[in-house]
Design a protein around this ligand. Sequence first.
Ligand code: COA
Length: 212
Amino acid sequence: MAKKVVIIGASGHGKVVADIVIQSGDQVVGFLDDNPNLGKDFIGFPVLGKIDQFHNYEEYWFVVAIGNALIREKIVTQLYGIRWYTAIHPAATVSDIGVFIGEGTVIMANAVINAGSFIGKHCIINTGAVVEHDNRIEDFVHVSVGVKLAGTVHIGKRTWIGIGASVSNNLSICFDCMIGAGAVIVNNIEEPGTYVGVPAKRKNVNEDTIFS
Ligand SMILES: CC(C)(COP(=O)(O)OP(=O)(O)OC[C@H]1O[C@@H](n2cnc3c(N)ncnc32)[C@H](O)[C@@H]1OP(=O)(O)O)[C@@H](O)C(=O)NCCC(=O)NCCS
């Protein structure tokens, strides 16, 4: 039976999540969003109200479509007693061998999740990203468009791997990192921070602009 889904976050990412819900044969009930400038509908679906009105829709499934990991985590913590929808695009390739995907995670078109990989809760595995075998991806991680994670990689909680970055096999990246667009990771990363370049090095940037 089709699931009826409320999407939190009426944004570009929310549009893509709505598309996955529909392509999966499920139904979009509407969006919850705190933006006061939104009209009555967003991409043809009702804007149902602010996020704190979630309890009016408790009979439905929920997914948080907000890219920022800290905000995603905060919202998930505030919403109690609801069911989380896991959005997997039908054109994603997910191995049947030993893969676990946590609730509320979004896996976009042409992403590949290979055998033995564990993906935590409320992650985003973006369009065309490759998660090779035996990865462990903790909660609230965002693996951006076209990222390549080689085999047996560990990504810590809330870390964001930027578009087109690559991580070599058997490496670990700790929690709360930003890996810049196109970076190549060839060593373990043990301290939270921003890492850019080939091979990637730590760079001091204003992290408020990244994580806010
Ligand atoms: C790393 C990043 C977060 C830094 O953003 P920022 O704080 O706004 O940084 P700035 O653009 O002010 O750049 C600061 C410095 O870092 C350098 N830099 C920024 N991003 C870089 C990258 N990806 N690779 C190499 N150098 C980079 C800039 O050239 C600049 O160098 P300088 O100090 O020598 O002039 C951002 O550039 C990035 O890569 N974002 C990824 C976005 C993404 O993947 N989106 C996908 C969504 S699916």
